[in-house]
Structure formats: C-alpha cells, structure tokens
Design a protein around this ligand. Structure first.
Ligand code: AMP
Length: 172
C-alpha cells in the first residue's frame, strides 16, 4: 500500500507565529492517499456498531462524511455558532487566547444513539472535549473518537478522560 501520509506537509508559522500547521490539502487531492487515510480511520471501528458520526467543522466534515458511509452510519455536523437552524445546544471552550464555541442541533440524535466523534487534528484536545460534552448533553452514547492526526507533544489525549477509545490514524 502506498504511504497516505506522505502528501501531508508542515507549514511553519501558520496561521500564526509558532504554530506548525498540518496542511492536509495535498493529501485530500490525491485519490490514493485520500482513500488510504479513510481506510486507516475506518479500520479500528469496522466491528463497532455506530449509528452516527459527529463531525466537527470544518475539516472534520471532510473525513466524517466518507467515514459515515464506510461505517454505515449517519452524519451529524457539529458547527461554529450561527450556522445551524432551530434549537441548538452550545458548548464553549477555551482557546490559547480567548474562547470559542461549537453547536449541535438539539434534536440531532435521540438518547442512546451510538456516536463516533471525528476531526482532522487533535492538538490541545479542547475541540474534541467540547464535542464530547455536546454528545453527552444529547444523551448519546459516545463509542469513541477518531482523528486523522494526533499531535502527541501537546498531550490533548489527556483531556479525553473517558473509557471510550480515542484513535489517531497518524501520531506525530
Ligand atoms: P485543539 O482543540 O487544540 O485540539 O485543536 C484542534 C482543532 O484545531 C482541529 O479542529 C484542527 O483542525 C485545528 N488544529 C489545531 N492545531 C493544528 C495544527 N497544528 N495543524 C492543523 N490543524 C490544527
């Protein structure tokens, strides 16, 4: 199998000084690499019953949708404020500087729905932790989380305090 990680490139000082940004765009544009990435993300969950993928805006959508199809699940977008109509649940979370928030539709899933959380990069873990809280407020059953890339040196995994598994297709 070809190495799907090869087209991913590091971009220094983006979007601000000191950040090494994982640019996944060349990997997405490469049909063989993209297929390899989706396969690597799906593999740990093939024997797990999953009703819905909770995909995190924006790059999480790019992986959440194909994963949902491969795993036979639906997809529920977790979005930045102001994008979803109707009643929404909101979860605020701390950023390095300031605060951000994520929303999900309050009726997105019924209680007990088995959900897998999906994003592109696990950095400090705040985004995934906020999404987990939203899933819990929906009374969904969180079966786990899948990210394409885990930045191990930031130890975001420490914020995933739960029994459900967190898997990264690529640990750097
Ligand atoms: P965090 O909440 O710190 O785990 O940040 C995760 C979110 O920020 C993900 O949705 C990523 O899209 C984005 N992100 C954080 N750090 C990076 C990075 N070095 N390269 C690419 N995306 C990143």
């Amino acid at each position: 199998m070809t190495d799907w990680t090869r087209p991913i490139r590091d971009v220094a000082d983006f979007p601000k000084p000191g950040i090494v940004f994982k640019d996944i765009m060349p990997m997405l544009a490469d049909p063989v690499a993209f297929a390899g990435a989706i396969e690597a993300m799906a593999a740990p969950w093939r024997d797990t019953e999953i009703d819905a993928v909770l995909a995190i805006e924006a790059r999480g959508f790019l992986f959440g949708a194909p994963l949902a199809r491969v795993l036979g699940a639906g997809i529920v977008p977790v979005r930045k404020p102001g994008k979803l109509p109707g009643r929404v649940l909101e979860q605020r979370y701390a950023l390095e500087y300031g605060e951000d928030a994520l929303q999900v539709q309050a009726d997105a899933v019924s209680p007990g729905t088995r959900v897998l959380l999906v994003d592109d990069v696990l950095a400090t873990g705040g985004t995934l932790a906020a999404t987990r809280l939203l899933a819990e407020r929906l009374e969904a059953e969180v079966v786990g989380a899948e990210v394409l890339i885990e930045l191990g040196f930031l130890n975001g995994r420490a914020r995933w305090n739960g029994s459900a598994p967190l898997h990264a297709a690529l640990l750097v």
